[in-house]
Design a protein around this ligand. Structure first.
Ligand code: EPZ
Length: 430
């Protein structure tokens, strides 16, 4: 298994280019099969999750042509199978976006039930509630979701839970339903807006994405489009916290500062200087940071996908911080790993109390999930000594060229996969 080995202690300094938003791209690539014409999508992040989804899309008969690392041409006219195999959904839950796309276009879809994952049980009851409200019969048979409809009719649905996935999935299915659909209590994340904008670029009629109410007037057909994915605010925030935790000076390029408001507010609150430009944000941390309280909330609140990153940063701050994770029930596992580096943390239910310490010590830790893995790398970068992060396959799922981008900012980090390589690294860094 590959690992990252890190010699911490260097402040990160410089500029880093941010890629396209993984969570927008997963939905947009799925929606691309809703037209029989060709769709060109660029600013795709070159990460494992995207590559697996593209395999799933070509697996059902669509033509998928990689133009370059960050651009793909998709034509869904060849789609013959409406069934997405378990092997794909096991690798990435977001294959379930093909459910909304196939149901919307072909009124039939079969997708293996996604399991839970390391951050919680992650039910999909709201997705199914939405499909049923549009008139689909949805059954769970032998671990598969089977959805079918004579036709889909517009509906008025109030989600019981604010869900990014359910909002996007039902919005896709409703885009080609007969009549008008009103969705309320919806997610407002930038990637929800990006999917709505993409569907509209194909001829859909969706209004209100990014607000509490989305209005969708169903259309008969969708047509070709050329579309560019929005920048990934979570990748950007991850590098911004890496700057904060290492007392560095980093500018993230190709971002939309508006999407980073909650993250910027917290960075300023804990003592960072943050400068915003049109499509860049600079984070400077000159002295020891201060504690704060943070509660994760649906957008525009503080993002749950940025919770581990602030957690490791607060472990070194002056004072006692409290983090409340209100979105997922099991997203503090990284704190157990951080405690092995000397952090002083106490978890009680969905809140964690972090007593800042002067220093952490390098250790061997394991990435429990994508964002926590990136956060543990930040902890290693902020710590004198050597840290080894195991199970970095999680990090590869959502961060393109992670170690290369960190090295370009002065980090001493390498990907290794044997004791021999670890010894070699230790000799090299002394
Ligand atoms: C998306 O997951 C993201 N994944 C997650 O990012 C992100 O953490 C999450 O949104 C919240 O922002 C993708 O976009 C691929 P939800 P999703 O449905 O859609 C409950 C990452 O690191 N819920 O908004 O699955 C659910 O249990 C990943 O990139 C139901 O109860 O999240 C959770 O408590 C991790 N019933 C809450 O809603 C449902 O039908 C929010 O989940 C659906 C969700």
């Amino acid at each position: 298994m590959e690992q990252y080995i890190i010699k911490g202690g260097n402040p990160l300094v410089g500029e880093v280019e941010i890629g396209g938003a993984k969570n927008a791209a997963l939905a947009i690539l799925s929606a691309a099969i809703m037209t029989d014409e060709t769709v060109l999508i660029d600013n795709l992040p070159d990460v494992n999750d995207i590559n697996v989804l593209l395999e799933a899309i070509s697996g059902i008969g669509a033509s998928v042509q990689r133009v370059d690392r960050h651009t793909v041409r998709i034509n869904g006219s060849g789609v013959g199978s409406m069934s997405i195999e378990y092997e794909y959904i096991k690798k990435i839950r977001a294959s379930y976006y093909l459910l909304g796309a196939l149901l919307g276009k072909y009124h039939k879809a079969e997708v293996a039930l996604p399991g839970g994952c390391n951050i919680g049980s992650r039910p999909i009851d709201q997705h199914l509630k939405g499909f049923r409200a549009l008139g689909a019969d949805v059954e769970i048979e032998h671990g598969k979701i089977v959805a079918e409809a004579e036709k889909l009719r517009g509906t008025h649905l109030y989600f019981d839970v604010v869900s990014v996935g359910a909002t996007i999935n039902v919005m896709m299915a409703a885009a080609m339903a007969e009549g008008t659909t009103i969705l309320e209590n919806v997610a407002k994340e930038p990637h929800v807006v990006d999917v709505a904008n993409f569907l509209n670029s194909m001829g859909a009629n969706i209004k209100g994405a990014g607000t509490d109410v989305i209005k969708i007037r169903g259309v008969e057909k969708l047509h070709k489009s050329e579309y560019s994915i929005i920048p990934d605010q979570i990748e950007a925030g991850t590098f911004m916290f890496a700057a904060a935790a290492t007392k560095g000076d980093v500018t993230v390029l190709n971002v939309i500062p508006k999407h980073l408001e909650a993250t910027i507010a917290k960075l300023q609150e804990i003592g960072c200087e943050v400068e915003e430009f049109d499509d860049a944000v600079r984070v400077v941390a000159k002295r020891r940071l201060k504690s704060t309280h943070v509660k994760t909330l649906p957008y525009p609140g503080y993002p749950t996908d940025m919770q581990p990153q602030i957690g490791v940063t607060l472990a070194l701050a002056q004072g006692t911080s409290i983090i409340t994770e209100s979105i997922f029930e099991n997203r503090f596992k990284y704190l157990d790993e951080l405690a092995r580096m000397g952090a002083n943390v106490k978890i009680e239910g969905n809140s964690a109390t972090i007593q800042g310490v002067e220093k952490l010590s390098g250790a061997r830790v394991s990435a429990p999930d994508l964002r926590a893995g990136a956060a543990l790398c930040i902890a290693g970068l902020a710590t004198d000594g050597i840290t080894i992060v195991d199970d970095i396959v999680y990090i590869q799922r959502g961060y393109e060229r992670f170690e290369e981008k960190l090295r370009s900012l002065g980090a001493v980090i390498e990907r290794v996969s044997s004791e021999k390589e670890i010894q070699k690294f230790k000799l090299k860094v002394g």
